[in-house]
Design a binder for this molecule. Structure first.
Ligand code: HEC
Ligand code: HEC
Ligand code: HEC
Length: 198
């Protein structure tokens, strides 16, 4: 009997000892588990984020979400050669107005939140409201395009790829030496020019 206790004693202690170390190892399990949860949350966030960016870049969103765009901008775009043309390449709003590179694109999206605000408070209700503000908007777009050397236009049109022999009115090889960018000469291509009061 005594012998039994004597032998059980140290064993129980050892048993406790191993129980004592187990939670430490269980805690270690949290590392892969936490990593997995963070990874899943990251993927979920990325999918949502990517969807929001894609939706707000879509033709449907730009042409239907806002009253001012739908009423005043879209009919002009539809009449332009960037909407429907011989070759069937449609150039949509975001092609010209949203940068492709990640950083500038995110910046444009954040700045565009103010457009949502103005849509909600109804800054532009009538054609007259739009006509009054149009010059300001157009100048803003021109300034931006000058600052980027018409980056969005060049995303599709490359002067180096132009066949100058086929350009009868103006040979664009000149653009390489002239200190002018696309938008300096090609204003009002998709939209009617604003009344600048000149
Ligand atoms: C997504 C590609 C894309 C972008 C971005 C783009 N274009 Fe175009 N552009 C085209 C295509 C395609 C045509 C040819 C249409 C056709 O066949 O008549 C065209 C046609 C033109 C023409 C000839 C228009 C005509 O009526 O004959 C000019 C000028 C032009 N683009 C300038 C610009 C400028 C300036 C920008 C930037 C503000 C720009 N493009 C942005 C694809 C693009
Ligand atoms: C110095 C003024 C000037 C600059 C700068 C300029 N263009 Fe032009 N471009 C013209 C003129 C003039 C025409 C012929 C008339 C027209 O179609 O408007 C023309 C025509 C075009 C056409 C139609 C060509 C055709 O044969 O149908 C395209 C496309 C075009 N430009 C794109 C661009 C792009 C992209 C840039 C910037 C890289 C640019 N242009 C810069 C003056 C300019
Ligand atoms: C081919 C390039 C191109 C496309 C496509 C395009 N825009 Fe523009 N957008 C411009 C340029 C350039 C300006 C500056 C004014 C001008 O030169 O017409 C402008 C100006 C504007 C303005 C300021 C008001 C004005 O008329 O000047 C708004 C708003 C606008 N665009 C919205 C849109 C929307 C919405 C779409 C699609 C339905 C669209 N744009 C398609 C190039 C484009």
């Amino acid at each position: 009997m005594d012998e039994e206790i004597a032998t059980r004693g140290p064993e129980t202690t050892r048993g406790r000892k191993s129980l004592w170390t187990r939670p430490k190892r269980r805690w270690l399990l949290g590392i892969p588990l936490g990593g997995f949860l963070m990874f899943t949350a990251g993927v979920a966030f990325w999918i949502t984020f990517d969807t929001v960016v894609a939706v707000t870049n879509s033709e449907a969103f730009c042409t239907q979400a806002c009253h001012s765009m739908r009423e005043f901008i879209v009919p002009e775009w539809k009449a332009s050669s960037h909407y429907s043309n011989r070759t069937g390449v449609r150039v949509t709003c975001s092609d010209c107005h949203v940068p492709k590179a990640f950083g500038p694109k995110m910046f444009a999206k954040i700045v565009a939140v103010k457009d949502l605000y103005h849509e909600i408070i109804g800054t532009i209700r009538t054609r007259q409201d739009f006509d009054i503000l149009r010059a300001t908007f157009a100048i803003r777009v021109w300034d931006k395009m000058r600052a980027t050397d018409s980056r969005e236009c060049r995303g599709c049109h490359d002067v180096a790829s132009m066949d100058n022999a086929k350009q009868t009115t103006f040979q664009h090889a000149a653009v390489l030496v002239l200190e002018r960018t696309c938008i300096d000469c090609h204003k009002g291509l998709t939209h009617e020019l604003p009344d600048l009061g000149t």
